[in-house]
Design a protein. Structure first.
Length: 325
């Protein structure tokens, strides 16, 4: 009788142990190579940062970390791919601000950033820089705003696509400055910059590595950067915030996430390893040379940051009635 009463309990305990087994992280690092997915083509700032971090990460854990570029749809293809990827610690995504906190408000995406992807750690961030061609005839942000107010709908700005960080930076500035710049989307930074230099578009909230060589060559005029403080590599260019719009901030940022069902102990271990890499002096120096600021965080800090960004950009999308069309 006693045995019959105890057997169900033993069976229940055994089942619980089997269910709990996959959650343990004792096999970290994974026995199989790790894939770090990047949503943009090789050669850009995101790819350069991911490869730098992946190399050091692999050295530290004694495991191969492969960078897999899945470009397209502003990074959404890569995010959808990882959302449905293996949740065993073998896949990480170098996610970005657009697909994680902007695109879901602008278009239908086949993933939920807060359910289908799990936060691991912040990665890197950098501000955009607002640049104009010389023929526009402005040299300061105040002059640019005055021109836009004088010609409503007559001043345009380029971006790397609908729902991109450069697009929303322009829309946020439209809102804060009370102007109505016209958005001109491009398929990337190179064609946007080409048309700006060719004076076919008036302005562009550009990534610094794309804009600064043209500024230094005298082809473009920098008006302001979009972070709260001046970056060390652009000390002479004022921020939008200090140019009359306190609190203005529109950063490009990248963060590490994983498939949503990845066990918490695995995510915690990845957080430790990635934070270690981002705090490495050699890695920090190399990232800074690319104009990128390391942004290591806890998993909870990244979640809170993403929620804040999601609310911020969702509000701008609704206020400006932005769509992917």
């Amino acid at each position: 009788m006693n045995k019959r009463r105890l057997n169900p309990a033993f069976a229940l305990l055994a089942s619980a142990m089997l269910l709990a087994a996959p959650v343990r992280a004792e096999d970290f690092p994974p026995a199989k190579p790790v894939t770090m997915v990047v949503g943009f083509a090789p050669g850009g700032a995101a790819d350069a940062a991911a490869r730098l971090i992946a190399k050091k990460l692999g050295e530290n854990i004694g495991q191969t970390v492969i960078v897999d570029n899945k470009a397209g749809a502003g990074g959404n293809i890569a995010h959808q791919h990882v959302a449905g990827g293996p949740a065993d610690g073998t896949m990480l995504l170098f996610g970005s601000v657009g697909p994680l906190t902007i695109a879901p408000h602008v278009m239908k995406v086949r993933y939920d950033p807060f359910k289908d992807l799990a936060p691991v750690s912040g990665g890197v961030n950098f501000p955009n820089v607002l640049v104009v061609h010389k023929a526009l005839g402005v040299k300061t942000l105040a002059e640019f705003v005055a021109l836009a107010k004088k010609k409503p709908g007559g001043v345009d700005f380029a971006s790397t696509g609908a729902g991109s960080a450069s697009h929303l930076a322009g829309e946020l500035f439209n809102q804060r400055a009370g102007i109505d710049m016209v958005h001109v989307p491009y398929k990337g930074g190179a064609p946007a910059m080409q048309d700006l230099i060719g004076e076919r578009v008036a302005s562009y909230f550009s990534a610094p590595p794309t804009a600064m060589p043209q500024v230094e060559a005298g082809r473009l005029i920098p008006l302001a950067t979009t972070g709260l403080t001046r970056p060390a590599y652009m000390p002479d260019i004022p921020t939008v915030a200090e140019s009359g719009y306190p609190g203005f901030e529109a950063l490009n940022w990248y963060a590490f996430v994983a498939p949503g069902k990845t066990p918490a102990p695995i995510l915690d271990r990845w957080n430790v390893e990635i934070v270690k890499v981002l705090n490495d002096p050699g890695v920090k120096d190399a990232l800074n040379k690319h104009g990128l600021t390391p942004q290591p965080t806890t998993r909870a800090e990244l979640t809170a940051f993403m929620r804040k960004e999601d609310a911020k950009w969702g509000s701008i999308v609704r206020d400006r009635k932005i769509t992917a069309d």
